[in-house]
Design a protein around this ligand. Structure first.
Ligand SMILES: [Zn+2]
Ligand SMILES: [Zn+2]
Length: 273
């Protein structure tokens, strides 16, 4: 098995488990699935959100859950060390109003990866924070009422701030926000924001995640191929993540990443020729 120079497709860096209350399966079931699929290295990337998030259900880990996660994770690291490298990471949802609270909690553990995301956006005139990545109708409706264009602009600004503020190692699913708004198009202003966000990722020496959950939702990964192409032109490191919320989703569609990268690099080379 050869590794690709641009990405390691035997390394899944974005795996959730039932600790987050919206995924199924134990950590061990994900480990067995990864071994079954021939992966060499995985990183669990469990959800942490700011304590001030105002939402009608809990879709993240408590501090106690994180203690259990580290205990079980280290047991699995020992048991499976001959077959799979297992890392314990966190997907941290940024809270622009209380970054110090997140920084404090992040400092309590040693993470193999810190994935930076922005999931919950507080807005006036809504009873709960907007969940930007949810397919639930009440979220989709609340985002529409607030205004998709404005929510997206705020999303990219705040995510860029998160990249500057948090001790991140990668940015997760960069353009997944509002993925369930039908027919939504990025404006030229959004494209400019994306360029600045990528420059910030590069300046912070972070990686860009190619999140293959997008293949299920829209047929392309998060971020979209045009954004991955910009990242290749800026020589930003790429890292693969399945965003698995079920054991069988570990490493999903990683073969499609290679085909996509081949296509994008040949486009870049043709433009240069
Ligand atoms: Zn999740
Ligand atoms: Zn996420």
């Amino acid at each position: 098995m050869n590794t690709h120079p641009l990405i390691d497709i035997y390394f899944d860096t974005h795996i959730h488990t039932r600790y987050c209350h919206h995924a199924t399966g134990t950590m061990e079931e994900y480990v067995l699935s990864a071994i079954d699929k021939g992966l060499r290295h995985i990183v669990f990337l469990e959800h942490m959100e700011g304590a001030a998030v105002n939402y009608f259900e809990t879709t993240w880990l408590t501090d106690k859950d994180f203690d259990d996660y580290f205990e079980e994770g280290s047991r699995l690291q020992d048991s499976y060390s001959d077959r799979l490298t297992i890392g314990l990471g966190v997907e941290v949802g940024y809270d622009a109003a209380h970054p110090e609270e997140l920084l404090n909690r992040l400092s309590k553990h040693c993470w193999e990866q810190v994935g930076v995301s922005y999931h919950f956006m507080p807005v006036p005139d809504q009873p709960f924070d907007l969940n930007l990545v949810s397919r639930q109708e009440r979220n989709v409706q609340a985002i529409r009422e607030t205004g998709c264009e404005q929510v997206l602009t705020n999303y990219f600004n705040t995510l860029t701030e998160a990249v500057r503020v948090l001790p991140g190692t990668k940015v997760c699913h960069l353009d997944a926000a509002l993925r369930f708004q039908p027919g939504l198009e990025l404006s030229s202003g959004h494209w400019q924001q994306i360029g600045e966000l990528l420059d910030t990722i590069k300046a912070r020496d972070m990686a860009l995640e190619i999140n293959t959950s997008g293949f299920v939702i829209r047929g392309t990964p998060f971020p979209a191929p045009a954004i991955i192409k910009m990242a290749l032109q800026k020589e930003i490191r790429l890292i693969a993540g399945s965003d698995a919320h079920r054991p069988e989703d570990v490493g999903r569609f990683f073969d499609k990443i290679l085909a996509l990268l081949e296509q994008l690099t040949s486009e870049i080379n043709e433009e240069l020729a």
